[in-house]
Structures are given as structure tokens and as C-alpha cells.
Design a protein around this ligand. Structure first.
Ligand code: PMP
Length: 430
């Protein structure tokens, strides 16, 4: 029963657009009432009616160590007694920068911001300032936050709502955003040739997570690296989802392809609002106050946010076995889910990269935007709600990645598999 959620949703809609502060939460593609939550611990999340769920959203990524991790909570509590903000430099910001550099070695300099959106907006401004070029190449179905330049054929909530190109973005801005096809180097090469000497940056999710989870095909990231070198274009990896998740050094380490600039979010803040962009010293030194490219933030490097992020990252840094465990859990889940999906003889394609995964109900291999779009959304809708009824909280859209946490136990994974078995049976019968 979702009585309290229903009541809260009605109340919320009166004064908050759509009742939510971010569209991906609104259950638009699956229908029904968004679940309102009141607390969570580890991988168990409890709604306002007291129902408990196994959580595969993890606040869309940050909760890699599970909710309310004692080290993170203590760090926030301790920091809060010394003031919530100074708007002046603090030691924890240096510790954070040093730790990021230790975990991701090509981040020679890093600037903290307050969200993934800010990180990506700032990174392309820096790339433009550094190269003196105007245009950027992004990929259809990738999502880099809600900065104007990115809302052209975007993924995530924009894709779920069927509005990948947003009104409110001027033609002038839109003309500088070029869209290529994910996993298709030819499409990138064509754009680079057509816009010779005017592409400042290529920005890419090294593993796409915003049209569901889609891995890079072998050679794709390497090819982007080569094309960027050839065309003197800045390669930006958007590691807002993948950073510190797919390995200590993120997707860069996992695939051994190294970008010029990297953007972070989610895990870097331990659940508090943090993002960051960083990379080669030579490029980062165009950022104010050293260089002329302006970028700023009153709350950037906020002591509570830095403390939470530092607690989470240093836990991951000290315990490399956590990555091995996460990998094992994800592989166990994917393997068993495939068995169940096969038993039900449902057309599906499952992608899994480390602790990111998603299931598409399609007979095609999903490698990019077009194939992701072949997923049967009606079937997903039923599957999602049946899973929810059985206490499994999945992202409420077929175009979002599932995120696993270290706190998932074997019992929880088994419960998820049996719930999937039952839910697929219902979905098939409808
Ligand atoms: N980049 C990627 C890859 C993301 O997944 C997201 C958010 N889901 C963003 C950027 C934007 O981050 P935020 O929502 O923190 O602004």
C-alpha cells in the first residue's frame, strides 16, 4: 500500500512542478505514484508507509557503500559542528584533491563544484577557452546534466519524457552541439571533418548509463582518443556515473583509455551535492583565478560535502576488495537473471559492466540510442510495478542503469531473482 505516498504526491504537486525536484523521479514512463521515502540503511530503503525495498537506484549512483554508511555519517556529523560553510579555503578540500589525484592519476588538477551538471558545463567551457574553438561533439542518448548545450538529443529523464531536445535552448547554443552515434566512430569522424578546426571537445559517457547501461564496443574509446589527438580536440570523459564505481580510477582505469578532462559527480560526494572536473594541468590552468576562463561557486568545496565525499572515497581507496565483491555480486545477479529471462522465453538483452546493469526487452543487441529505443516499454512498465510490489526498487525507466551497492547480500540478490521470476510470469501473461 502506498497511501502516504499518494497523499504526499498530491500535496507535492500543488507547489512543486510535477511534485518532484527532478523529473527522473516522477514515474512518468512507468505510471503510478512515485514512492516517497523516509529512511534507508545499507541496501534497504523504507518508504513513508513503512514498506521496505531492496534498492537498485542508490540515489542514482552515489550510494556505492549503501545508505547511511557509518563512516560517511560520522564525517558529516563531525564537520557540521564546525560550521556548514565558510566560502573560504579549508584543508579538507586539499585532502580531497590529493585523494582524487591518487585514485585517478591523470587528474593533475581538480575543481570542486556542486553537481554533475556544473562539472560538465564547466568542462566544456574550459575546453573552449583552451582550444579557442566553439563546437562540441556529444552522443545521442548520453546525458551530461541540464546545461543548455547538452539538451540536444539527451538521455536520462529527457529521453524518458520523450523530450531529448528541450525548448528554452536557443538556436545559437544548439548549433554548437553536434550529435554523433554512440559506438560509431565513423559518425564522429564525419563531424570532425565537416567542422574542421572548430571542435573544442568530444564529451562522452565511457560506459553509457543514461539510455540504460551500454558498454563501449572494443576500440570505441581508443578511437575517440586517437581522433581527438589528430584533431587537437579535448577528450572529456563524463565519469559522473562511472567514476570511482567501475574501478578505483573509474572507466579510464577499467578500459585503460585516458581522457584530457574528466567530470565527476555522485560517488565523489557520498550523497551530498558534489561534482568535480579535472585533468591535465596545462588545460586546468586556464581556469580562474590562474587563467581567464571564469568558473566559481559560493558553496563549492563545502565542508560537509567534502567530508562526506572524502569519507566515501577513502573507504573505497583503503578497501580495494570492495570492487572485487561488487563485481562478483553484479555478475551473480546478471547470470541468474539471464537464466530466469531465458526460462520465460522473453526477448531481452542484458548489459552489465561492473556494478551497472540494465535489461532491455528487445530482440536486438543494444549498443546505442537506436537499439535502446527498441525496448518494449509496456512490458518494462508491468515488470517494474510487479518488482516494486515484491519489494524491489528499480529505476523507474527502461532508460536508466541499475546501480549495485556493496551492502547487497546474497539473500537480497536471491530475493531479487525470485521476484523477477514471478514478475516476468505476470508480465508475460498480460
Ligand atoms: N553526467 C552523467 C553521466 C549523469 O548521469 C548525470 C546525472 N545523472 C549528470 C551528468 C548530471 O549530474 P547532476 O544530476 O548531479 O547534475
Amino acid at each position: 500500500m502506498l497511501l502516504k505516498s499518494e497523499y504526499l504526491y498530491k500535496r507535492a504537486q500543488k507547489f512543486i512542478p510535477g511534485g518532484v525536484n527532478s523529473p527522473a523521479r516522477a514515474f512518468k514512463s512507468v505510471g503510478g505514484v512515485p514512492v516517497f521515502f523516509k529512511k534507508a540503511k545499507g541496501s534497504i530503503i523504507t518508504d513513508e508507509d513503512g514498506n521496505e525495498y531492496i534498492d537498485y537506484v542508490g540515489s542514482w549512483g552515489p550510494m556505492i557503500l549503501g545508505h547511511a554508511h557509518p563512516t560517511v555519517i560520522k564525517a558529516v556529523q563531525d564537520a557540521s559542528f564546525n560550521s556548514t560553510s565558510f566560502g573560504a579555503p579549508t584543508e579538507i578540500e586539499i585532502k580531497m584533491a590529493e585523494l582524487v589525484q591518487a585514485m585517478v592519476p591523470n587528474v593533475e588538477k581538480v575543481r570542486m563544484v556542486n553537481s554533475g551538471t556544473e562539472a560538465c558545463m564547466s568542462a566544456i567551457r574550459v575546453a573552449r577557452g583552451y582550444t579557442g574553438k566553439d563546437k562540441i561533439i556529444k552522443f545521442e542518448g548520453n546525458y551530461h546534466g541540464h546545461g543548455d548545450s547538452f539538451l540536444i538529443k539527451a538521455g536520462s529523464g529527457a529521453l524518458t519524457l520523450g523530450k531529448p531536445s528541450s525548448p528554452g535552448v536557443t538556436k545559437g547554443t544548439a548549433k554548437d552541439t553536434l550529435n554523433a552515434d554512440y559506438n560509431d566512430l565513423d559518425s564522429v569522424e564525419k563531424l570532425l571533418k565537416k567542422n574542421k578546426d572548430n571542435v573544442a571537445a568530444i564529451i562522452v559517457e565511457p560506459v553509457a548509463g543514461n539510455m540504460g547501461c551500454i558498454p563501449p564496443q572494443p576500440g570505441f574509446l581508443e578511437g575517440l582518443r586517437e581522433l581527438c589527438d589528430e584533431h587537437k580536440t579535448v577528450l572529456i570523459f563524463d565519469e559522473v556515473m562511472t567514476g570511482f564505481r567501475l574501478a578505483r580510477g573509474g572507466a579510464q582505469e577499467r578500459f585503460d583509455v585516458w581522457a584530457d578532462l574528466v567530470t565527476f559527480g555522485k560517488i565523489i560526494g557520498g550523497g551530498l551535492p558534489v561534482g568535480a572536473f579535472g585533468g591535465k594541468k596545462e588545460i586546468m590552468d586556464v581556469v580562474a583565478p590562474v587563467g581567464p576562463v571564469y568558473q566559481a561557486g559560493t558553496l563549492s568545496g563545502n565542508p560537509l560535502a567534502m567530508s562526506a565525499g572524502y569519507a566515501q572515497l577513502s573507504t573505497l581507496e583503503k578497501h580495494p576488495e570492495l570492487y572485487v565483491e561488487l563485481e562478483e555480486k553484479a555478475e551473480y545477479l546478471a547470470k541468474r537473471l539471464r537464466v530466469v529471462l531465458n526460462q520465460h522465453e522473453i526477448d531481452y538483452h542484458m548489459n552489465q559492466v561492473g556494478s551497472m546493469a540494465s535489461v532491455y526487452f528487445t530482440d536486438q543487441e543494444v549498443t546505442g540510442f537506436k537499439t535502446a529505443n527498441t525496448t518494449d516499454q509496456e512490458l518494462f512498465k508491468i515488470f517494474f510495478h510487479e518488482m516494486l510490489k515484491r519489494g524491489i526498487y528499480l529505476p523507474p525507466s527502461p532508460f536508466e542503469s541499475w546501480f549495485l551497492a556493496t551492502t547487497l547480500t546474497n539473500e537480497m540478490l536471491d530475493k531479487t531473482i525470485s521476484a523477477a521470476d514471478e514478475s516476468l510470469a505476470v508480465a508475460k501473461s498480460k
